[in-house]
Design a protein around this ligand. Structure first.
Ligand code: 5AD
Ligand code: SF4
Length: 440
């Protein structure tokens, strides 16, 4: 019998990317990758529900699959990720052509669930969440994906309950992986040539608080930085309220910790931060930024901002604009607020109209881009160490890679290079979202 083929479509954050890697590895044990979604016997959609727009993207793809299944009724369609967790069995009722709903703590059950669907033709839902959940040790398969840089999950879930956020519901409470498991995974990766690791978690600053042998995130960073063969270390994401001096000290101490910090501020107004339940003030945020810059003067700061949170006044919005001008971020992601099921702010009154949200967002994004372009110009004339990713997709004949502060650098040069090589590049030009340079 011909082996089944599979295809996974992934939306959302790096956590979902990593989960899709794991699902790929699990499916590849008994299936082969399909050339594309249209040809696959098993299609998994790994969904995101952080904002309404993200959720809509998943549902629109599912609509396409409905048509496909009419022509190929034997195909298996699975929904994984945050929409699956949020909706559970309701999804099966709403989408009669879906065979499997796979929650965020259940991805390891994928092979047995597929086998069950095949043998019984009964649709399956696996969305259980438990406070005792442990992320199983799982060594990544290095035959798939990039050979030089990888993500390593250190924790899942979040206990912060920011009022706008669905994550504590879709990803559950914070669960940290044992440090020994994390380090074993990292050593496995570096012993196979991986040079850059990004430690992943929704709230990495709280790493270890739930473990019986208490360790903290700074300890994990120091231990990881000491792993032989590792050249670059990154992490994401942090909450400013838990950004302590010891973590900031790591930026002064650890050369391989890249000078980039993604520090979501969400709003420049203390009134809004309070209603978001963020547990810090703008004064605290400023103080943390100053400490980071003192520890590592070349650090590039990026952030997330939500526009139009319920009750956001023109004055609140101006406070966000003032903060953006003051911090001068190297880059920022900004989003229009959207109600999420279960999130507390969905029930808040005083909603900001779509028109006002759109207006404020475009004013903000213009300022963010103006400042990012100025920031990029500061690199012109400097030599930056770049990790080669491959041939540039947009500029034929050029190479592409990433600087330590995470900028994409496109560069010319005749030498033969391989992904993962570290090269010194003279930066010659700044664009809005990338830098250009010369290698000789
Ligand atoms: N509406 C808009 N943006 C949101 N984010 C999280 N929840 C919402 C929401 N309900 C944004 C935050 C977060 C980023 C990942 O997504 O800025 O940091
Ligand atoms: Fe959501 Fe807040 Fe947790 Fe981030 S810290 S995942 S925004 S609840």
């Amino acid at each position: 019998m011909r082996p089944l083929s599979f295809h996974i479509e992934t939306f959302g954050c790096q956590m979902n990317d990593r989960d899709s890697e794991i699902m790929t590895q699990l499916l590849a044990e008994f299936c082969r990758p399909a050339p594309g979604l249209l040809e696959a016997d098993i299609v998994m959609i790994n969904t995101c529900s952080i904002r309404q727009k993200a959720e809509q993207k998943a549902f629109s793809l599912l609509g396409t699959l409905k048509q496909l299944k009419k022509r190929r009724p034997e195909m298996i369609i699975g929904v994984a990720g945050c929409v699956a967790q949020q909706e559970g069995a309701k999804l099966l009722a709403r989408l009669p052509y879906v065979d499997l709903v796979l929650g965020t703590q259940n991805i390891y059950k994928l092979p047995e669930l597929i086998a069950e669907i095949k043998s019984s033709r009964r649709r399956q839902t696996a969305v259980s969440q438990s406070a005792d959940f442990e992320i199983p040790p799982y060594l990544p398969d290095l035959r798939r994906g990039p050979a030089y840089k990888r993500f390593v999950t250190i924790m899942q879930g979040c206990n912060n309950f920011c009022t706008y956020c669905v994550v504590p519901y879709t990803r559950g409470r914070e669960v940290s992986r044992k440090m020994t498991d994390i380090l074993a995974e990292i050593r496995h990766l570096t012993s196979h040539g991986v040079k850059e690791i990004t430690l992943l978690g929704q709230n990495v600053n709280s790493y270890g608080h739930d473990l019986s042998r208490q360790v903290d995130f700074s300890t994990l960073l120091r231990e990881t930085a000491a792993v032989e063969g590792l050249k670059r270390l990154r992490f994401t994401t942090s909450n400013p309220k838990d950004l302590n001096d010891d973590l900031i000290q790591c930026f002064a101490e650890l050369d391989i910790l890249c000078p980039h910090f993604h520090l979501p501020v969400q709003s420049g107004s203390n009134n809004v931060l309070k209603r978001m339940n963020r547990h810090y003030t703008i004064e605290h945020y400023r103080d943390r930024v100053a400490a980071l810059r003192a520890a590592r003067p070349d650090i590039a700061l990026t952030t997330d901002i939500i526009i139009g949170f319920p009750g956001e006044t023109e004055e609140d919005f101006q406070a966000t604009m003032d903060l953006v001008r003051e911090i001068r971020y190297h880059g920022a992601y900004s989003f229009k607020y959207s109600d999420r099921p279960q999130a507390r702010s969905a029930a808040f009154g005083d909603k900001v109209s779509e028109v006002v949200k759109s207006e404020r967002l475009s004013i903000l994004q213009e300022e963010i881009n103006r400042i990012a372009a100025e920031r990029n110009k500061e690199y012109v004339g400097q030599v930056q160490e770049v990790m080669v990713e491959g041939k540039s997709r947009h500029s034929p004949g050029q190479w592409s890679g990433r600087a330590a502060a995470n900028h994409i650098v496109n560069f010319t040069g005749n030498k033969s290079l391989r992904p993962g090589d570290l090269v010194d590049i003279m930066i010659t030009e700044a664009c809005l979202h990338s830098l250009r340079g010369q290698y000789d």
